[in-house]
Design a protein around this ligand. Structure first.
Ligand code: ATP
Ligand code: MG
Length: 294
C-alpha cells in the first residue's frame, strides 16, 4: 500500500512546493532574443507538447514569444488554437520565399504576448521543393534575422521540429541558438540520441557555430516505475549540466488539451502538468538570462 501511494504523495507535495515557488518567481528576460529549437528525430517523445506549453508558459510569465510550427503535421498549430487550413499563410510560404514571417504570424487566442506562425499540410512538400535552392539550410535563419530586426520586442522564439533530421529540422537548427531535447522517460529513450548529438555537432562545425544544447527535458515521466527513474539517472550521469531538474509527468490532461485547441494552461492550469511546464520554463528562462553575450 505504502509503496504504491508514496510516489503520488511525493508528487502532490512537490507540486504544492513548486506552485508556491512559481507564485514568487520572476522570469528573467534574456539579454538578447533567443531562438530555441525543440528537436528530437524520434517520434512521439513530447516535442510538440513541450514546444507549445513552454511557449505559453514563457508568454504567460511576461516574456514576448513567437512559436513557429515547422512540422507538416501542424500539431503545434492545432494545440495553440491557430487556423492552419490550406491557404493559410504559414511556414511553407516562408520557406518557399512567397511570404515574409511578419505576414504569416497570427496572434495566440490564449495569451497576448504570444505570436504563432502555423504549419499547413503544404509543408510536407517543402523538403523536396527546397532541395535545389541555394542557401536552402539558411532560409529560416534569414527570415528570423529580418523579422527580429523589425520586431525588437520579441524575446524568445520556440520552433517545433518534425520527427526527422531532414531539411526542416536542419533549417530550425541553423536558425537556433539553443536546442531543447525532449526525451520520453521510457525504454529505448536513449536510442538515437547519439545521432542527434552528432548532427548538432556537425551543424556547429559547418553551419551554425552558435548552436548549443540548452536543455534535455524528461517527458511522460512516471514516478511509479523504476524505468523512468533509471532513464533519468542515466541521462543525468551522461549530461549532468543539460538535464533539467524539472521532469514532465505522464498526464492525461496534457494529451487531452490539444483537442480543445488550448495548452495545458487553458485546460488544467492548476494541475501537475501545468506546474511542471511552468517550472521547466522558469529553468530555461534562468539559463537563457544567465547566458553570455556570445
Ligand atoms: P511527433 O514526433 O509526431 O511530432 P512529438 O515528439 O511532437 O511527436 P507529442 O505530439 O508532443 O510528441 O506527444 C506524443 C503524444 O503523447 C501526443 O498524443 C501527446 O498528447 C502525448 N503526450 C505528450 N506528453 C505527454 C505527457 N507528459 N503525458 C501524457 N501524454 C503525453
Ligand atoms: Mg510533434
Amino acid at each position: 500500500m505504502i509503496a504504491t501511494s508514496a510516489p503520488l504523495a511525493d508528487q502532490i507535495a512537490a507540486t504544492v512546493r513548486a506552485r508556491a515557488e512559481l507564485e514568487k518567481a520572476v522570469f528573467p528576460h534574456p539579454k538578447k532574443p533567443r531562438i530555441l529549437a525543440v528537436a528530437n528525430q524520434k517520434g512521439g517523445v513530447g516535442k510538440t507538447t513541450s514546444a507549445v506549453n513552454l511557449a505559453v508558459a514563457l508568454a504567460k510569465a511576461g516574456l514576448s514569444v513567437l512559436a513557429i510550427d515547422a512540422d507538416p503535421q501542424g500539431n503545434a498549430s492545432t494545440a495553440l488554437g491557430i487556423d492552419h487550413g490550406i491557404g493559410t499563410p504559414s511556414t511553407y510560404d516562408l520557406l518557399n520565399g512567397s511570404k515574409r514571417l511578419v505576414e504569416c504570424v497570427q496572434q495566440s487566442p490564449e495569451v497576448e504576448s504570444l505570436l504563432v506562425c502555423p504549419a499547413t499540410i503544404d509543408l510536407s512538400g517543402a523538403e523536396l521543393e527546397l532541395s535545389a535552392r541555394t542557401r536552402r539550410e539558411f532560409i529560416l535563419a534569414d527570415a528570423l534575422t529580418e523579422f527580429l530586426a523589425v520586431n525588437r520586442h520579441v524575446e524568445i522564439i520556440v520552433i517545433d521540429c518534425p520527427p526527422s533530421l531532414g531539411l526542416l529540422t536542419l533549417n530550425a537548427l541553423v536558425a537556433a541558438d539553443r536546442v531543447v531535447v525532449p526525451i520520453q522517460a521510457e525504454y529505448y529513450a536513449l536510442e538515437g540520441l547519439s545521432m542527434l548529438i552528432q548532427t548538432i555537432q556537425r551543424i556547429q562545425d559547418y553551419l551554425n557555430p552558435r548552436l548549443e544544447i540548452e536543455a534535455i527535458l524528461l517527458t511522460m515521466f512516471d514516478r511509479r516505475t523504476n524505468l523512468s527513474a533509471e532513464v533519468a539517472a542515466e541521462l543525468r550521469e551522461y549530461f549532468p549540466d543539460k538535464v533539467l531538474d524539472t521532469v514532465i509527468p505522464r498526464s492525461v490532461k496534457l494529451s487531452e488539451a490539444p483537442s480543445f485547441g488550448t495548452s495545458i494552461f487553458g485546460h488544467d492550469p492548476r494541475g501537475v502538468a501545468a506546474v511542471a511546464y511552468s517550472m521547466a520554463a522558469l529553468e530555461i528562462a534562468n539559463r537563457l538570462a544567465g547566458a553570455g553575450e556570445e
